[in-house]
Design a protein. Structure first.
Length: 201
């Protein structure tokens, strides 16, 4: 069943923003699925794209997520995790599966450097950089371990709270914070070599 416990390990009732359509979704109403996709498709596809770095694969993953939502909706237990949290969990698992099958290996060796500049500021700035500069960011993200990449994606690209991100990753908040910190450090080290280009963009 797809209603789940919180990252802290205890049930926590909450109002689900999608509660208005879950009953229709569970009864097989295509209009409910359409509404769900209107609300979440762009976010799910964006999350998948930041993980796999491929537009077509991200689209395939997003489609599979909503197919699973359609099939599993009758088993949903409200009052625990939000339905959108479950959607992100399915996205996460499908991305991990695709990444495990991916054979492309980046040959560059990234030097171990330390940059004390906060990553949060870099992420805000990179949204306004050129396509070429974003490509450097994407390549750096692609070389992170899958879990670190997911932690950064949920926090900085999807702008979710640490509590919700931890629920999606099915870990405790402290574990998520540690994972996010390691991901930030790794990404910062990789971006060090392109710091001048990024700042001048």
């Amino acid at each position: 069943m797809i209603g789940t416990r919180s990252a802290s390990g205890s049930p926590h009732p909450q109002v689900d923003p999608d509660a208005d359509i879950l009953q229709g979704l569970a009864s097989g109403q295509s209009s409910a699925l359409g509404t769900l996709m209107d609300r979440h498709l762009a976010a799910i596809k964006s999350c998948a794209w930041h993980m796999v770095g491929d537009e077509m694969i991200a689209e395939d993953i997003a489609q599979e997520v909503f197919i699973k939502a359609w099939k599993q909706a009758p088993n949903w237990q409200p009052g625990r995790a939000k339905f959108s949290t479950w959607l992100y969990r399915v996205t996460k698992n499908l991305c991990y599966d695709r990444l495990r099958k991916k054979t492309e290996i980046y040959p560059e060796i990234i030097p171990d450097m330390i940059d004390e500049r906060p990553l949060a500021n870099q992420v805000v700035e990179l949204r306004q950089t050129s396509t070429a500069q974003k490509t450097k960011i994407d390549r750096a993200m692609a070389q992170l371990p899958d879990r670190q990449r997911m932690a950064i994606t949920l926090c900085h690209y999807r702008e979710l709270s640490q509590i919700e991100a931890a629920e999606i990753m099915e870990i405790r908040v402290r574990a998520y914070e540690s994972l996010l910190a390691r991901g930030r450090k790794s990404l910062r080290e990789q971006l060090k070599r392109h710091k001048r280009e990024l700042l001048e963009g």
